[in-house]
Design a protein around this ligand. Structure first.
Ligand SMILES: *Cc1c(COP(=O)(O)O)cnc(C)c1O
Length: 397
C-alpha cells in the first residue's frame, strides 16, 4: 500500500489546488471517530463540515443505502420514484413547508431559491429588474447566483460580474436592511445562523422585524438552513426557534449525511405563482439513492432522538467553551446555538487547529480568528470533555 505521504504528493500533482488541505489522508470512520491511512484515531468535531450528523459507520444508514443500490440508483425526473415521494412527504412534515425541489448540493438549492423568488416577482409585475437583499459575512455557495449573495468580497472579486441587483445589509441590524429596500426588492436572503462567516445567530427581534417587513411589502424571506438546519441548533430547522417561517428555505449538508443532496422548499403561496414545468430542473436531484439517504436520515433523527441530544450536549458544549474562554485571554468570546458553536480568538487560529490535529482532534475554523465546533449530532458529554481537554492542552502550548 502507498504511504500517506505518497498519496499527498500525488494529490498535489493531480487535484486542482483550490484547498490548503491538512496533511492527513482519512480512511474510515466509526461513531464520532475518524482514522487516517496509518490507523491514527481522531475525535471529529467537524463532521465533514456539519454533514455527518449520525456518526460514521451507522449500520442502519449503510444498510438502507446498500439495499437501494441493489434495487435502483437513478431514474431521472421524467418518472416518479417512491423514495423521493417519501422523502418529500417527510421533509414537508418536519419543516411545515409545502413544496420540495431536490438538488445535488447546497449551492444548487440556493440557485433554485433565487430563481423561484425572481419568477414570483416577475409574475407579479412583468418586469425583470428585481433586487435581492443579502447579508454581509454570509456564505451561500460557490456558483454564480449563490456567490452573488455571498457577503465575502474576497470570494467574489476575481469572478465579476456577479448576477445583478444584489444589495448587502448587516445581519441583526434592521435599519441597514431598511436602507436597502426598494420597490423592486423581491427577496431577503440570510442564514438563520451564519456559519462560514463566523457563527452569528440571527437575533429574534431581527428575524421578526424582517418577517414583518417582508409581509408588508410582499418580499419573499429566504432562509438558508444548509448548515444550521437539520437539528444542529436543537430544532429541526433553526428558524423554528423563533417561530418565523420563511417563504423559501434551503437545506443540504446533513440532509443526506454524506450522500450529496440538497433541497429548496417553499410555501404554497410561492409555489402557486413561481416555478412551473420547464422553468427548472436537474438530472440527479432526488434520485432514488439520494432520496433513500434523506429518508433514513429523517427516520434515524426521530428514532434516536437526535434533537434531544443536541439540546442537552449543545448546552454542555456551550458551558465548556465559556469556561475555556474565561481561562484564556486569547479567547475573546463564544457565539452559537446547540452544536453549532464558535470560539472567537484575538489571533489567527490555524496554528491551534494544526496542533489539535496532531493530538487527534479534528476542528475547523470559520474565518481566520474563529474555531468552529460542528460535531456529529450524536456526540456525548464525554466526547465534549475529551475535546476540551485536548484543546486546552493546545492552548497551554
Ligand atoms: C455549505 C453551505 C452552502 C453551500 O453548500 P454546498 O453543498 O457546498 O454547495 C450554502 N449555504 C450555507 C449556509 C452553507 O453552509
Amino acid at each position: 500500500m502507498q504511504s500517506m505521504q505518497e498519496y499527498i504528493e500525488e494529490a498535489e500533482k493531480a487535484l486542482l489546488h483550490t484547498y490548503n488541505r491538512y496533511q492527513i489522508v482519512l480512511d474510515k470512520g466509526q461513531g464520532v471517530h475518524l482514522y487516517d491511512l496509518e490507523g491514527k484515531q481522531y475525535l471529529d468535531f467537524c463532521a465533514g463540515i456539519a454533514v455527518f450528523a449520525l456518526g460514521y459507520h451507522n449500520e442502519r444508514y449503510n444498510d438502507a443505502l446498500k439495499a437501494q443500490i441493489d434495487k435502483l440508483i437513478h431514474t431521472s425526473n421524467y418518472y416518479y420514484n417512491a423514495p423521493a415521494i417519501e422523502a418529500a412527504k417527510k421533509l414537508k412534515k418536519v419543516s411545515g413547508m409545502d413544496r420540495v425541489f431536490f438538488t445535488n448540493s447546497g449551492a444548487e438549492a440556493v440557485e433554485g431559491a433565487i430563481k423561484a423568488a425572481r419568477k414570483y416577482a416577475y409574475l407579479k409585475d412583468g418586469s425583470y429588474d428585481h433586487e435581492i437583499i443579502a447579508m454581509e459575512h454570509s456564505f451561500h455557495g460557490r456558483t454564480f447566483g449563490a456567490l452573488s449573495v455571498t457577503g465575502n468580497p474576497k470570494y467574489r472579486e476575481a469572478f465579476q460580474p456577479m448576477i445583478g441587483n444584489i444589495r448587502f445589509a448587516r445581519m441583526n441590524d434592521f435599519d441597514s436592511v431598511l436602507e436597502q429596500v426598494r420597490d423592486k426588492t423581491c427577496a431577503i436572503i440570510f442564514e438563520t445562523v451564519q456559519g462560514e462567516g463566523g457563527i452569528y445567530p440571527a437575533e429574534e427581534s431581527f428575524m421578526k422585524q424582517v418577517k414583518a417587513l417582508c409581509e408588508e411589502k410582499d418580499i419573499l424571506l429566504i432562509l438558508d438552513e444548509i448548515q444550521c438546519g437539520m437539528g444542529r441548533t436543537g430544532e429541526m430547522f433553526a428558524w423554528q426557534r423563533y417561530g418565523v417561517k420563511p417563504d423559501i428555505m434551503t437545506t443540504a449538508k446533513a440532509l443526506g449525511c454524506g450522500v450529496p443532496v440538497g433541497a429548496f422548499l417553499m410555501t404554497e403561496k410561492v409555489s402557486e405563482s413561481s416555478l412551473v414545468s420547464g422553468d427548472h430542473g436537474t438530472t440527479y436531484g432526488g434520485n432514488p439513492l439520494a432520496a433513500t439517504a434523506i429518508n433514513i436520515v429523517l427516520d434515524l433523527f426521530e428514532e434516536n432522538h437526535i434533537i434531544d441530544n443536541v439540546k442537552e450536549v449543545g448546552d454542555y458544549l456551550g458551558k465548556k467553551l465559556d469556561e475555556l474562554a474565561g481561562r484564556y485571554d486569547c479567547i475573546v468570546g463564544r457565539r452559537g446555538v446547540g452544536l453549532m458553536q464558535g470560539l472567537v480568538f484575538d489571533r489567527p487560529v490555524g496554528g491551534i487547529i494544526t496542533r489539535a490535529l496532531s493530538k487527534g482532534l479534528i476542528l475547523i475554523n470559520a474565518g481566520t480568528d474563529i474555531i468552529r465546533f460542528v460535531p456529529p449530532l450524536v456526540i456525548t458529554k464525554e466526547d465534549v470533555d475529551e475535546m476540551a481537554a485536548i484543546l486546552e492542552s493546545c492552548l497551554e502550548e
